[in-house]
Ligand binder design. Structure first.
Ligand code: PL4
Length: 404
Protein backbone atom coordinates (compact mmCIF):
# COMPACT_ATOMS: atom_id res chain seq x y z
CA UNK A 1 0.00 0.00 0.00
CA UNK A 2 1.11 3.54 -0.62
CA UNK A 3 2.61 5.32 2.39
CA UNK A 4 1.40 8.66 3.68
CA UNK A 5 3.47 11.83 3.34
CA UNK A 6 4.87 12.02 6.91
CA UNK A 7 4.58 15.81 6.86
CA UNK A 8 0.80 15.50 6.81
CA UNK A 9 0.97 13.42 9.98
CA UNK A 10 2.79 16.35 11.64
CA UNK A 11 -0.23 18.63 11.31
CA UNK A 12 -1.64 18.84 14.81
CA UNK A 13 -5.28 19.73 14.35
CA UNK A 14 -7.85 20.37 11.64
CA UNK A 15 -7.48 23.64 9.72
CA UNK A 16 -8.86 26.41 11.93
CA UNK A 17 -11.76 27.66 9.83
CA UNK A 18 -13.37 24.29 8.98
CA UNK A 19 -13.00 23.45 12.69
CA UNK A 20 -15.00 26.55 13.61
CA UNK A 21 -17.63 25.65 11.00
CA UNK A 22 -17.81 22.13 12.49
CA UNK A 23 -18.34 23.51 16.01
CA UNK A 24 -21.01 25.88 14.71
CA UNK A 25 -22.87 22.98 13.05
CA UNK A 26 -22.62 20.89 16.22
CA UNK A 27 -23.93 23.77 18.34
CA UNK A 28 -26.84 24.43 15.96
CA UNK A 29 -27.79 20.74 15.95
CA UNK A 30 -27.89 20.59 19.75
CA UNK A 31 -29.61 23.98 20.27
CA UNK A 32 -33.03 23.98 18.55
CA UNK A 33 -33.67 27.56 19.70
CA UNK A 34 -31.17 28.71 17.03
CA UNK A 35 -34.02 28.37 14.52
CA UNK A 36 -35.76 31.31 16.26
CA UNK A 37 -34.87 34.73 14.82
CA UNK A 38 -33.67 36.13 18.16
CA UNK A 39 -31.30 33.17 18.61
CA UNK A 40 -30.12 32.72 15.03
CA UNK A 41 -26.37 32.40 14.78
CA UNK A 42 -24.50 35.49 13.59
CA UNK A 43 -20.96 35.00 12.35
CA UNK A 44 -18.19 37.41 13.24
CA UNK A 45 -15.82 34.48 12.72
CA UNK A 46 -14.27 33.77 9.36
CA UNK A 47 -13.10 36.78 7.36
CA UNK A 48 -15.45 36.18 4.44
CA UNK A 49 -16.94 39.11 2.55
CA UNK A 50 -20.73 39.46 2.60
CA UNK A 51 -21.65 42.53 0.55
CA UNK A 52 -22.53 42.44 -3.16
CA UNK A 53 -19.86 43.38 -5.67
CA UNK A 54 -20.35 47.07 -6.55
CA UNK A 55 -21.82 47.99 -9.97
CA UNK A 56 -18.78 49.20 -11.90
CA UNK A 57 -16.62 46.22 -10.90
CA UNK A 58 -19.55 43.89 -11.56
CA UNK A 59 -19.93 45.41 -15.06
CA UNK A 60 -16.24 44.58 -15.65
CA UNK A 61 -16.87 40.95 -14.71
CA UNK A 62 -19.98 40.73 -16.88
CA UNK A 63 -18.20 42.33 -19.82
CA UNK A 64 -15.27 39.94 -19.34
CA UNK A 65 -17.66 37.00 -19.61
CA UNK A 66 -19.42 38.46 -22.68
CA UNK A 67 -16.09 39.03 -24.44
CA UNK A 68 -15.38 35.31 -24.23
CA UNK A 69 -18.41 34.68 -26.44
CA UNK A 70 -17.07 36.83 -29.29
CA UNK A 71 -14.42 35.97 -31.89
CA UNK A 72 -12.48 39.20 -31.20
CA UNK A 73 -12.76 39.05 -27.43
CA UNK A 74 -12.12 35.36 -26.83
CA UNK A 75 -8.98 34.50 -24.83
CA UNK A 76 -7.53 31.23 -23.58
CA UNK A 77 -4.64 30.55 -21.17
CA UNK A 78 -3.00 33.73 -19.79
CA UNK A 79 -0.44 31.99 -17.61
CA UNK A 80 1.09 34.91 -15.70
CA UNK A 81 -1.89 37.21 -16.09
CA UNK A 82 -3.16 39.75 -18.60
CA UNK A 83 -0.31 42.18 -19.37
CA UNK A 84 -2.72 45.12 -19.08
CA UNK A 85 -3.68 44.04 -15.55
CA UNK A 86 -0.06 43.60 -14.48
CA UNK A 87 0.73 47.10 -15.71
CA UNK A 88 -2.34 48.55 -14.01
CA UNK A 89 -1.44 46.92 -10.67
CA UNK A 90 2.02 48.44 -10.93
CA UNK A 91 0.51 51.86 -11.67
CA UNK A 92 -2.20 51.86 -8.99
CA UNK A 93 -0.33 50.21 -6.09
CA UNK A 94 3.39 50.68 -6.79
CA UNK A 95 3.67 54.02 -8.65
CA UNK A 96 4.73 52.11 -11.78
CA UNK A 97 7.72 50.84 -9.81
CA UNK A 98 7.58 47.29 -11.20
CA UNK A 99 7.62 45.88 -14.70
CA UNK A 100 4.82 43.51 -15.71
CA UNK A 101 7.26 40.60 -15.47
CA UNK A 102 7.66 41.30 -11.74
CA UNK A 103 3.90 41.03 -11.07
CA UNK A 104 2.31 37.59 -11.21
CA UNK A 105 -1.48 37.32 -11.25
CA UNK A 106 -2.78 34.55 -9.00
CA UNK A 107 -6.05 32.97 -7.96
CA UNK A 108 -5.61 34.50 -4.51
CA UNK A 109 -3.01 35.35 -1.89
CA UNK A 110 -3.48 32.09 0.03
CA UNK A 111 -2.81 29.98 -3.06
CA UNK A 112 0.44 31.81 -3.78
CA UNK A 113 1.51 31.61 -0.12
CA UNK A 114 1.29 27.82 -0.48
CA UNK A 115 3.07 27.71 -3.84
CA UNK A 116 5.86 30.12 -2.81
CA UNK A 117 7.08 27.62 -0.26
CA UNK A 118 8.25 25.43 -3.16
CA UNK A 119 10.97 28.00 -3.91
CA UNK A 120 12.73 27.42 -0.62
CA UNK A 121 12.20 23.75 0.10
CA UNK A 122 12.11 22.00 3.43
CA UNK A 123 15.53 22.90 4.84
CA UNK A 124 15.10 26.57 5.69
CA UNK A 125 14.13 28.15 8.99
CA UNK A 126 10.72 29.80 9.07
CA UNK A 127 9.65 32.71 11.28
CA UNK A 128 6.12 33.98 11.79
CA UNK A 129 4.51 36.73 13.76
CA UNK A 130 2.73 35.03 16.64
CA UNK A 131 -0.27 35.13 16.28
CA UNK A 132 -0.55 34.83 12.50
CA UNK A 133 -2.76 33.61 9.62
CA UNK A 134 -2.52 29.80 10.02
CA UNK A 135 -1.56 29.12 6.39
CA UNK A 136 2.05 30.29 6.96
CA UNK A 137 2.65 27.67 9.66
CA UNK A 138 0.47 24.86 8.32
CA UNK A 139 1.94 25.29 4.83
CA UNK A 140 5.45 25.12 6.28
CA UNK A 141 4.56 21.91 8.10
CA UNK A 142 3.13 20.39 4.92
CA UNK A 143 6.30 21.09 2.96
CA UNK A 144 8.47 19.72 5.77
CA UNK A 145 10.10 23.03 6.74
CA UNK A 146 8.52 22.61 10.15
CA UNK A 147 8.40 19.43 12.20
CA UNK A 148 5.99 17.87 14.66
CA UNK A 149 4.07 19.76 17.34
CA UNK A 150 6.07 20.20 20.52
CA UNK A 151 4.60 21.84 23.61
CA UNK A 152 2.98 24.99 22.28
CA UNK A 153 4.26 25.14 18.70
CA UNK A 154 5.81 23.31 15.76
CA UNK A 155 9.49 22.36 15.83
CA UNK A 156 11.49 24.47 13.37
CA UNK A 157 9.17 27.49 13.46
CA UNK A 158 10.37 30.66 15.17
CA UNK A 159 7.29 32.20 16.71
CA UNK A 160 7.85 35.94 17.16
CA UNK A 161 5.37 37.01 19.87
CA UNK A 162 3.29 40.09 19.10
CA UNK A 163 1.47 41.22 22.21
CA UNK A 164 0.24 44.25 24.11
CA UNK A 165 3.66 44.66 25.74
CA UNK A 166 5.51 45.09 22.41
CA UNK A 167 2.72 46.96 20.64
CA UNK A 168 2.01 43.85 18.51
CA UNK A 169 5.32 44.21 16.71
CA UNK A 170 7.88 41.43 17.23
CA UNK A 171 11.39 41.47 18.66
CA UNK A 172 13.39 41.21 15.44
CA UNK A 173 16.53 39.98 17.17
CA UNK A 174 14.82 36.57 17.21
CA UNK A 175 14.66 36.44 13.40
CA UNK A 176 16.48 33.27 12.28
CA UNK A 177 19.45 33.59 9.92
CA UNK A 178 18.99 32.71 6.21
CA UNK A 179 15.32 31.85 6.58
CA UNK A 180 11.96 33.18 5.50
CA UNK A 181 9.83 35.47 7.60
CA UNK A 182 6.11 35.76 7.01
CA UNK A 183 4.89 39.23 7.91
CA UNK A 184 1.32 40.47 7.58
CA UNK A 185 0.29 44.12 7.85
CA UNK A 186 -2.46 45.14 8.50
CA UNK A 187 -2.23 42.04 10.57
CA UNK A 188 -4.57 39.12 10.65
CA UNK A 189 -5.57 38.51 13.44
CA UNK A 190 -4.39 41.40 15.65
CA UNK A 191 -5.43 44.21 13.33
CA UNK A 192 -2.12 45.95 14.14
CA UNK A 193 -0.64 47.87 11.23
CA UNK A 194 3.13 48.37 11.18
CA UNK A 195 4.35 51.95 10.81
CA UNK A 196 7.21 53.11 8.60
CA UNK A 197 9.79 52.92 11.37
CA UNK A 198 8.80 49.35 12.19
CA UNK A 199 8.93 48.22 8.56
CA UNK A 200 12.29 49.97 8.15
CA UNK A 201 13.52 47.91 11.10
CA UNK A 202 12.08 44.73 9.58
CA UNK A 203 13.82 45.27 6.23
CA UNK A 204 17.08 46.18 7.99
CA UNK A 205 16.90 43.05 10.17
CA UNK A 206 16.15 40.87 7.12
CA UNK A 207 19.17 42.34 5.33
CA UNK A 208 21.44 41.69 8.31
CA UNK A 209 20.18 38.13 8.82
CA UNK A 210 20.03 37.15 5.14
CA UNK A 211 16.32 36.53 5.56
CA UNK A 212 13.58 36.81 2.94
CA UNK A 213 10.30 38.49 3.93
CA UNK A 214 7.04 37.17 2.50
CA UNK A 215 4.89 40.24 3.08
CA UNK A 216 1.15 39.61 3.10
CA UNK A 217 -0.64 42.86 2.25
CA UNK A 218 -4.09 41.32 1.71
CA UNK A 219 -5.67 44.05 3.88
CA UNK A 220 -3.81 47.07 2.49
CA UNK A 221 -7.12 48.54 1.26
CA UNK A 222 -8.21 49.02 4.89
CA UNK A 223 -5.40 51.41 5.83
CA UNK A 224 -6.88 54.84 6.46
CA UNK A 225 -4.00 56.52 8.31
CA UNK A 226 -2.02 58.18 5.49
CA UNK A 227 1.23 57.88 7.45
CA UNK A 228 1.11 54.07 7.41
CA UNK A 229 2.85 52.20 4.56
CA UNK A 230 0.55 50.04 2.45
CA UNK A 231 3.26 47.98 0.80
CA UNK A 232 6.63 46.67 1.94
CA UNK A 233 8.02 48.20 -1.25
CA UNK A 234 7.51 51.67 0.21
CA UNK A 235 10.54 50.80 2.34
CA UNK A 236 14.07 51.33 0.99
CA UNK A 237 15.95 48.05 0.59
CA UNK A 238 12.81 45.87 0.39
CA UNK A 239 13.36 44.96 -3.27
CA UNK A 240 16.46 43.02 -2.24
CA UNK A 241 14.75 41.03 0.52
CA UNK A 242 10.96 40.84 0.04
CA UNK A 243 8.14 39.27 -1.92
CA UNK A 244 4.65 40.74 -1.54
CA UNK A 245 1.45 38.70 -1.82
CA UNK A 246 -1.80 40.56 -2.31
CA UNK A 247 -5.45 40.05 -3.09
CA UNK A 248 -8.67 41.46 -4.53
CA UNK A 249 -10.64 39.35 -2.04
CA UNK A 250 -11.16 41.88 0.71
CA UNK A 251 -11.15 45.24 -1.14
CA UNK A 252 -13.32 44.16 -4.09
CA UNK A 253 -15.35 41.33 -2.54
CA UNK A 254 -13.57 38.74 -4.71
CA UNK A 255 -13.35 36.02 -2.01
CA UNK A 256 -15.43 33.79 -4.28
CA UNK A 257 -14.32 35.27 -7.62
CA UNK A 258 -10.67 34.48 -6.68
CA UNK A 259 -7.94 36.88 -7.79
CA UNK A 260 -4.67 38.09 -6.31
CA UNK A 261 -1.14 38.96 -7.27
CA UNK A 262 2.43 38.46 -6.13
CA UNK A 263 5.30 40.88 -6.64
CA UNK A 264 8.73 39.30 -7.01
CA UNK A 265 11.34 42.01 -7.72
CA UNK A 266 14.17 41.24 -10.10
CA UNK A 267 16.68 42.49 -7.52
CA UNK A 268 15.82 39.54 -5.27
CA UNK A 269 18.54 36.88 -5.34
CA UNK A 270 19.31 33.61 -3.53
CA UNK A 271 22.60 33.20 -1.65
CA UNK A 272 24.08 31.70 -4.85
CA UNK A 273 23.12 34.80 -6.88
CA UNK A 274 20.32 33.11 -8.88
CA UNK A 275 17.16 35.10 -9.61
CA UNK A 276 14.15 34.39 -7.38
CA UNK A 277 11.96 36.08 -10.01
CA UNK A 278 13.11 33.66 -12.72
CA UNK A 279 12.47 30.67 -10.45
CA UNK A 280 9.02 31.93 -9.52
CA UNK A 281 8.14 32.31 -13.21
CA UNK A 282 9.34 28.73 -13.74
CA UNK A 283 7.59 27.25 -10.71
CA UNK A 284 4.27 29.01 -11.14
CA UNK A 285 4.37 28.40 -14.89
CA UNK A 286 4.70 24.71 -14.14
CA UNK A 287 2.08 24.16 -11.46
CA UNK A 288 -0.38 27.01 -12.04
CA UNK A 289 -2.30 27.69 -15.25
CA UNK A 290 -3.34 31.25 -14.60
CA UNK A 291 -6.30 32.98 -13.02
CA UNK A 292 -9.76 33.27 -14.59
CA UNK A 293 -9.87 35.75 -17.47
CA UNK A 294 -13.29 36.89 -16.26
CA UNK A 295 -11.91 37.67 -12.81
CA UNK A 296 -9.06 39.59 -14.42
CA UNK A 297 -11.54 41.68 -16.43
CA UNK A 298 -13.28 42.48 -13.14
CA UNK A 299 -9.95 43.45 -11.61
CA UNK A 300 -9.20 45.79 -14.50
CA UNK A 301 -12.50 47.54 -13.81
CA UNK A 302 -11.61 47.64 -10.09
CA UNK A 303 -8.42 49.51 -10.90
CA UNK A 304 -9.81 52.36 -12.98
CA UNK A 305 -10.99 55.53 -11.21
CA UNK A 306 -14.53 54.38 -10.49
CA UNK A 307 -13.38 50.90 -9.45
CA UNK A 308 -10.87 52.31 -6.98
CA UNK A 309 -13.65 54.48 -5.52
CA UNK A 310 -15.90 51.42 -5.17
CA UNK A 311 -13.17 49.41 -3.44
CA UNK A 312 -12.70 52.23 -0.95
CA UNK A 313 -16.45 52.40 -0.37
CA UNK A 314 -16.60 48.66 0.32
CA UNK A 315 -13.67 48.75 2.75
CA UNK A 316 -15.21 51.80 4.48
CA UNK A 317 -18.41 49.83 4.96
CA UNK A 318 -16.58 46.99 6.74
CA UNK A 319 -14.51 49.51 8.72
CA UNK A 320 -17.85 50.97 9.87
CA UNK A 321 -18.80 47.51 11.13
CA UNK A 322 -15.42 47.23 12.84
CA UNK A 323 -15.99 50.50 14.70
CA UNK A 324 -19.38 49.23 15.95
CA UNK A 325 -17.90 45.93 17.17
CA UNK A 326 -14.95 47.56 18.88
CA UNK A 327 -17.26 50.11 20.50
CA UNK A 328 -19.56 47.37 21.81
CA UNK A 329 -16.64 45.40 23.28
CA UNK A 330 -15.01 48.42 24.88
CA UNK A 331 -18.36 49.36 26.42
CA UNK A 332 -18.19 46.00 28.22
CA UNK A 333 -14.67 46.89 29.46
CA UNK A 334 -13.03 44.35 27.12
CA UNK A 335 -9.64 45.68 25.95
CA UNK A 336 -9.28 45.65 22.15
CA UNK A 337 -6.90 46.61 19.37
CA UNK A 338 -7.47 46.77 15.61
CA UNK A 339 -10.51 47.68 13.61
CA UNK A 340 -9.20 51.13 12.65
CA UNK A 341 -6.89 50.29 9.72
CA UNK A 342 -8.01 46.69 9.52
CA UNK A 343 -11.22 44.65 9.41
CA UNK A 344 -10.28 42.61 12.51
CA UNK A 345 -10.65 43.42 16.19
CA UNK A 346 -8.44 41.57 18.63
CA UNK A 347 -10.06 41.36 22.05
CA UNK A 348 -8.32 40.29 25.22
CA UNK A 349 -9.81 38.06 27.92
CA UNK A 350 -6.95 37.83 30.45
CA UNK A 351 -6.36 34.42 32.02
CA UNK A 352 -9.07 32.74 29.92
CA UNK A 353 -8.79 29.88 27.44
CA UNK A 354 -9.67 31.14 23.93
CA UNK A 355 -11.90 28.17 23.08
CA UNK A 356 -13.76 28.61 26.41
CA UNK A 357 -14.44 32.25 25.54
CA UNK A 358 -15.46 31.20 22.00
CA UNK A 359 -17.98 28.76 23.56
CA UNK A 360 -19.22 31.33 26.04
CA UNK A 361 -19.89 33.93 23.32
CA UNK A 362 -21.64 31.28 21.22
CA UNK A 363 -23.80 30.11 24.11
CA UNK A 364 -24.71 33.53 25.54
CA UNK A 365 -24.85 35.64 22.37
CA UNK A 366 -25.26 33.11 19.53
CA UNK A 367 -22.31 34.81 17.87
CA UNK A 368 -19.49 32.86 16.19
CA UNK A 369 -16.00 34.31 16.60
CA UNK A 370 -12.47 32.96 16.10
CA UNK A 371 -10.43 31.82 19.11
CA UNK A 372 -7.06 33.55 19.27
CA UNK A 373 -5.18 30.35 20.11
CA UNK A 374 -5.99 29.11 16.59
CA UNK A 375 -3.53 31.72 15.28
CA UNK A 376 -0.59 30.63 17.45
CA UNK A 377 0.52 30.30 21.06
CA UNK A 378 0.51 34.07 21.70
CA UNK A 379 -3.15 34.18 20.64
CA UNK A 380 -4.24 32.36 23.81
CA UNK A 381 -6.73 34.42 25.85
CA UNK A 382 -7.73 36.46 22.79
CA UNK A 383 -10.73 36.38 20.48
CA UNK A 384 -10.74 37.72 16.92
CA UNK A 385 -13.88 39.49 15.78
CA UNK A 386 -14.31 39.84 12.01
CA UNK A 387 -16.16 42.86 10.66
CA UNK A 388 -17.31 41.06 7.51
CA UNK A 389 -21.09 40.94 7.86
CA UNK A 390 -24.31 42.67 6.91
CA UNK A 391 -24.83 45.86 8.93
CA UNK A 392 -28.08 44.66 10.52
CA UNK A 393 -26.37 41.44 11.67
CA UNK A 394 -23.41 43.32 13.08
CA UNK A 395 -25.72 45.71 14.93
CA UNK A 396 -27.65 42.79 16.41
CA UNK A 397 -24.44 40.98 17.34
CA UNK A 398 -23.21 44.13 19.10
CA UNK A 399 -26.42 44.34 21.11
CA UNK A 400 -26.09 40.68 22.11
CA UNK A 401 -22.47 41.22 23.17
CA UNK A 402 -23.85 43.26 26.08
CA UNK A 403 -24.68 39.83 27.65
CA UNK A 404 -20.98 39.17 28.20
C1 PL4 B 1 -10.85 31.42 5.37
C2 PL4 B 1 -3.61 37.47 5.83
C3 PL4 B 1 -9.56 34.96 6.18
N1 PL4 B 1 -10.93 29.82 3.62
O1 PL4 B 1 -8.68 35.15 -0.60
P1 PL4 B 1 -7.18 35.14 -0.74
O2 PL4 B 1 -6.65 33.77 -0.97
O3 PL4 B 1 -6.68 36.14 -1.71
O4 PL4 B 1 -6.60 35.65 0.66
C4 PL4 B 1 -6.64 34.83 1.82
C5 PL4 B 1 -5.92 35.49 2.92
C6 PL4 B 1 -4.59 35.83 2.71
N2 PL4 B 1 -3.88 36.47 3.65
C7 PL4 B 1 -4.43 36.77 4.82
C8 PL4 B 1 -5.75 36.43 5.08
O5 PL4 B 1 -6.30 36.74 6.27
C9 PL4 B 1 -6.51 35.76 4.12
C10 PL4 B 1 -7.93 35.38 4.38
N3 PL4 B 1 -8.19 35.04 5.73
C11 PL4 B 1 -9.57 34.81 7.69
O6 PL4 B 1 -10.68 34.75 8.26
O7 PL4 B 1 -8.51 34.77 8.33
C12 PL4 B 1 -10.32 33.87 5.50
C13 PL4 B 1 -10.02 32.50 6.03
C14 PL4 B 1 -10.28 31.01 4.06
C15 PL4 B 1 -8.79 30.79 4.24
O8 PL4 B 1 -8.39 29.78 4.77
O9 PL4 B 1 -8.03 31.65 3.82
Amino acid sequence: MISRNPCIANIKAGYLFPEIARRRREFTASHPETSRPECRIISLGVGNTTEPILPHIDAGLVDGARQLATPEGYSGYQDEGLPALREKISEVFYRKGFGPDEIFISDGAKCDIGRLQLLFGSKIPVAVQDPSYPVYVDGSVLIGAAGAWEGTGYRGISYLPCNAENGYFPDLSALPRDGICYFCSPNNPTGATADREQLDALVKAAGEKGALIIFDAAYMGYIRDPALPKSIFEIAGARECAIEVNSFSKPAGFTGVRLGWTVVPKELKYSGGESVNADWARVSGTIFNGASNIAQAGALAALDGEGVREMRELCDFYLGNAALIRGALEKRGIPCVGGDNSPYIWARFPGRDSWDVFNQILEKCYVVTTPGSGFGPAGESFIRFSSFGHRADVEEACERLSRL
